[in-house]
Design a protein around this ligand. Structure first.
Ligand code: AHM
Ligand code: MG
Length: 287
């Protein structure tokens, strides 16, 4: 049997256990991107620092890739869907020199493309270059992703809310009140613990996804660069909204370090608007 399941033995930059499949996915993506000729630097959730790739003067690679190679790692060993999240930027530093940290510390609004891969009942690539979102399903018989979901539009409202409700008592008052409201309206709670899967449902059926700040993660748990920016980009491109719990547009949040985290609320426009009203009503006066 291939030795690919279970923990690898180390922890990542935010203290989570690293799984063997995290390492495998990370190494595979880095190797593939290194040979693409298009990418000059990579920042991965699994690496403390960014990777500066050697420059091929003939190809002049100008793209920066940020990625969470395997998101939802706690689901790996129990065969539940996981995903890959990635974002693509243009480098800012001169093309003939090494990459700089400033090439990576770019706001979400600078992304030129982003996407995710969902490893579910089929393998699906959902991708945008800033002109809508399309989905491509892997056809294993030819080894290609084929266009299967053209111009995905997120419903403006829905019946699903997705949050780790086990942390309810650790949320701020306004988030508790909003979650009570979701329950009062008989919204259906769905939480896989794999953001790609949770968002993917919302992309097609409408709903809201929340990962608020908690006592354990006062600044939120999800990483801006590898998780929040790319997913917010896709959500906005599909017609949805993505905000922090302080109501700042995710794409405009200043980023100062590679592994910076944020609270996040995203999904159907009307539902995020509803949540916004709860923050305005119950949140601290001077946010
Ligand atoms: P990971 O990148 O280590 O897998 O963490 C990210 C995941 C998200 O996919 C998911 O929304 C969240 O962590 C679940 O966290 P929790 O178990 O605290 O609810
Ligand atoms: Mg991960």
């Amino acid at each position: 049997m291939v030795n690919i399941l279970g923990v690898e033995g180390s922890t990542n930059s935010t203290g989570d256990d690293v799984q063997k499949l995290d390492v495998f996915a990370n190494e595979t993506f880095i190797e593939t991107l290194s040979f693409s000729g298009e990418v000059c630097g990579i920042a991965s959730e699994e690496n403390l620092d960014f990777i500066d790739l050697p420059i091929d003067p003939l190809k002049k690679a100008t793209y920066i890739v940020v990625m969470d190679p395997l998101d939802g790692s706690s689901n790996i060993d129990v065969n539940v869907s996981v995903g890959t999240i990635f974002g693509i930027y243009k480098r800012k530093s001169p093309e003939d020199g090494p990459c700089q940290i400033s090439d990576f510390l770019q706001k979400g609004s600078n992304l030129v493309a982003a996407g995710y891969v969902l490893y579910g009942t089929s393998t699906l690539l959902v991708y945008s270059t800033g002109d809508g979102v399309n989905g491509f399903t892997l056809d294993p018989s030819i080894g290609e992703f084929c266009l299967s979901h053209r111009n995905i539009q997120m419903p403006t409202s829905g019946n699903y809310y997705s949050v780790n409700q086990g942390y309810y008592l650790k949320f701020d008052l306004e988030m508790m009140r909003y979650i009570d409201h979701c329950s009062d309206l008989n919204y259906r709670l769905r939480y896989i613990g794999s953001m790609v899967s949770d968002i993917h449902r919302i992309m097609f059926q409408g709903g809201i996804f929340l990962y608020p700040n908690t006592r354990k993660y006062p600044k939120g748990k999800l990483r801006l660069l590898y998780e929040c920016f790319p997913m917010a980009y896709i959500v906005e491109q599909a017609g949805g909204t993505a905000l922090t719990c302080k109501l700042e547009r995710i794409m405009d949040v200043e980023i100062n370090s590679l592994h910076q985290t944020s609270s996040i609320v995203m999904g159907s426009k009307a539902m995020v608007q509803d949540m916004k009203e709860f923050v305005e009503k119950y949140g601290p006066v001077n946010q």
